[in-house]
Design a protein around this ligand. Structure first.
Ligand SMILES: [Cu+2]
Length: 159
């Protein structure tokens, strides 16, 4: 029974990880990329539904642009001096790992003010018809999983 539980746990963890890696990948600004004067980023965002595990790809010429993740307040004021994270390669992938609001702007002088900034909300992935996968990410996963194992053992003994 212990071996079966272990195998099932590994299977469930593998499934949970697989779900994370299957997140959608969005090219910010589509073919125009991360730039000024070509894309209305709020319009671009409004047609998307971001969930945990999705990724953003920022494509740009790093001589002229960069990507800074900032707080809401710094987003509103176009302040790039105290970023949460800075990306400068010219092809940066940012994985949206948590629920909530994300704010990005270009740190080059005047670019944020010219519209090179993006604000988005990351939501919960839709519930899948596979309850044990949900249990893994739950804080009470171990105790619930034990109950689940006992239920199987009980069924095996008496059926
Ligand atoms: Cu820029």
């Amino acid at each position: 029974m212990a071996a079966l539980a272990k195998t099932m746990t590994l299977l469930l963890v593998a499934m949970a990880l697989h779900g994370v890696f299957l997140g959608a990948v969005y090219n910010v600004g589509d073919s125009a990329g991360w730039t000024i004067g070509h894309v209305d980023y709020q319009t671009w965002v409004s047609s998307k539904n971001f969930i945990v595990g999705d990724s953003l790809v920022f494509d740009y010429n790093n001589k002229f642009h960069n990507v800074k993740q900032v707080s809401e307040q710094d987003f509103e004021t176009c302040n790039a001096t105290s970023p949460i994270a800075t990306h400068t390669t010219g092809s940066d992938t940012v994985t949206l790992k948590k629920l909530g609001n994300y704010y990005f702007l270009c740190g080059f002088q005047g670019h944020c003010e010219a519209g090179q900034r993006i604000q988005l909300v990351v939501g919960q992935p839709p519930r899948r018809p596979m309850p044990p996968t949900q249990l893994i990410s739950d804080a009470s996963a171990s105790s619930e999983f034990t109950t689940f194992s006992f239920a199987i053992a009980f069924t095996a003994l008496f059926c």
